[in-house]
Design a protein around this ligand. Structure first.
Ligand code: G6P
Ligand code: MN
Length: 449
């Protein structure tokens, strides 16, 4: 089996390779093809993988290429984890909204829309090459903003593209542990519904009993998990659900903006520095590639979503461990290629499972995955503010896809202005001008004002 990883020079690629190394099934992935547009980063990550495989018998072969067609041809599975515009682009996505007093974040709010504007055409091109060169392949999309990008790719690949994220599964597992249930040994019925980075745990059953009502009413147990500390027990009790951590940016918008503005660097600025130093260190000391990667990874995980925590609040080991998107990816491949059925929360097209959202819109819901791919499971239909928020953000996402593909500044403005985190059409105009001026890819796509 061949797995092609797009964005193969990316920092999190060793996580995927590490997951493959735990697989000893005879029908496992035997060949990994890394693709990246940056040959230096590609060579660096290839070296990390070589060192990871060194003490394993028969590790998957690794091949690297900067040619997309060559990398995609013959793939059984394609993972896409690219970052169009690089980390530099991420800093622009953050700073432009922040300069208008609006949330500046990688995927949520106007920053995520800017990221989508420049990523969608590239993702659609990739989808077309996959359809042409590996028509039977399944594509697993981690490229952010994953909901928008998966939906854009699904116009070409249909149900053969699946979006993944680690945050819903991490939430479900943390909630189970807080209820004293070991998610690795107990079968759980997870009632989660949302868009990517905009969802809610609505129920969590083990052996037919819903554990969630007890959990949201128990401040002590809530305090043991990240979401409990993030949202606070009173708010979770009021909601009766546990939101995905990214809902922090919606429920505590002012606090988040103030905290991000208060810090010296945005997350993107921090990572730009950290990652540049990492790749430089790998080039300078290639023999230590794996050890360097491990150290930098720890630092990256420990500082994740720092704006949402108290200054001296460290992350719990169990929180950091989370769901692991590499585990989700491996489970999808095992389910499809060898029929090892698994229940996973995935980004798939709405087939009516979420009433009130457009059919075909990519939503994030529990699915049973088997040899034929993912099949959505039943979820409680969201109502009230959950449905309202999802519907509004989904419309914004769909406008963004159209804006990008039709190269339309007017549609881009509409998308930005209708986003619930954008306070005024005037602010949307200012931000769009900023994105067009400061992001070379968005400038090329929509023109510079
Ligand atoms: C989580 C999200 C990803 C996101 C990442 C950002 O894992 O699910 O979608 O890309 O966090 O982490 P970073 O270290 O890049 O800030
Ligand atoms: Mn995610």
């Amino acid at each position: 089996m061949q797995l092609t990883i797009l964005g193969g020079g990316g920092f999190r690629v060793p996580l995927v390779y590490g997951a493959l190394l735990t697989d000893d099934h005879p029908d496992r992935v035997r060949e990994v093809v890394l693709h990246d547009t940056d040959a230096t980063r590609l060579a660096s990550i290839e070296r990390v993988l070589q060192q990871m495989g060194a003490d394993h018998d028969d590790p998957p072969r690794v091949r690297a290429s900067t040619d997309l067609d060559e990398a995609v041809a013959g793939a059984d599975f394609v993972f896409s984890a690219i970052r169009v515009g690089g980390t530099q682009g991420r800093t622009v996505d953050e700073r432009v909204p922040l300069s208008c007093g609006v949330l500046g974040q990688e995927t949520t709010g106007p920053g995520g829309l800017a990221y989508a504007l420049r990523t969608v055409p590239v993702a659609v091109h990739i989808a077309e090459r996959i359809r042409e060169l590996a028509p039977d392949a399944w594509t697993i999309n981690f490229t952010n903003p994953a909901g928008i990008v998966t939906e854009a790719m699904s116009a070409v690949l249909g149900d053969r593209v699946v979006g993944i994220c680690d945050s819903p599964i991490a939430l479900a597992r943390r909630a189970a542990r807080a209820c004293g249930v070991d998610p690795t040994t107990t079968a759980l019925d997870v009632d989660y519904v949302g868009l990517n980075h905009l969802g809610w745990l609505q129920g969590l059953s083990a052996g037919g009993t819903d554990l969630l009502p007890g959990l949201v009413a128990d401040p002590q147990r809530l305090a043991t998990i990240e979401e409990g500390r993030l949202f606070g027990p009173e708010w979770l009790r009021a909601l009766g659900t546990i939101p995905n951590e990214y809902l922090y940016y919606f429920y505590f918008t002012r606090d988040a903006v103030a905290s991000i503005l208060d810090a010296e660097q945005t997350r993107g600025e921090f990572l730009l520095q950290q990652q540049d130093a990492f790749y430089a260190e790998l080039a300078a000391r290639p023999d230590d590639a794996l050890a360097t990667w491990r150290r930098v990874r720890e630092e990256r995980d420990a500082t994740y979503m720092r704006e949402a925590r108290e200054e001296d609040e460290a992350r719990d080991a169990a929180d950091i461990e989370g769901g692991g998107y590499e585990g989700v990816a491996l489970a999808i491949m095992a389910a499809i290629s060898r029929g090892e059925a698994a229940d996973l929360i995935l980004g798939v097209r709405n087939d009516g499972t979420v009433p009130g959202l457009p059919l075909g819109a990519v939503v994030e819901i529990p699915c049973r995955v088997d040899a034929d791919g993912p099949h959505p499971l039943r979820v409680t239909a969201p109502t009230g503010h959950r449905l309202g928020l999802m519907a509004q953000v989904k419309e914004v996402e769909q406008l963004t896809i159209r804006a990008s593909l039709e190269r339309s500044p007017a549609l881009a403005l509409e998308a930005l202005a209708l986003h619930p985190l954008v306070p005024s059409v005037t602010t949307a105009r200012e931000m769009l001008d900023g994105f067009r001026r400061r992001s070379p890819q968005i400038g090329a796509l929509l023109g510079t004002p």
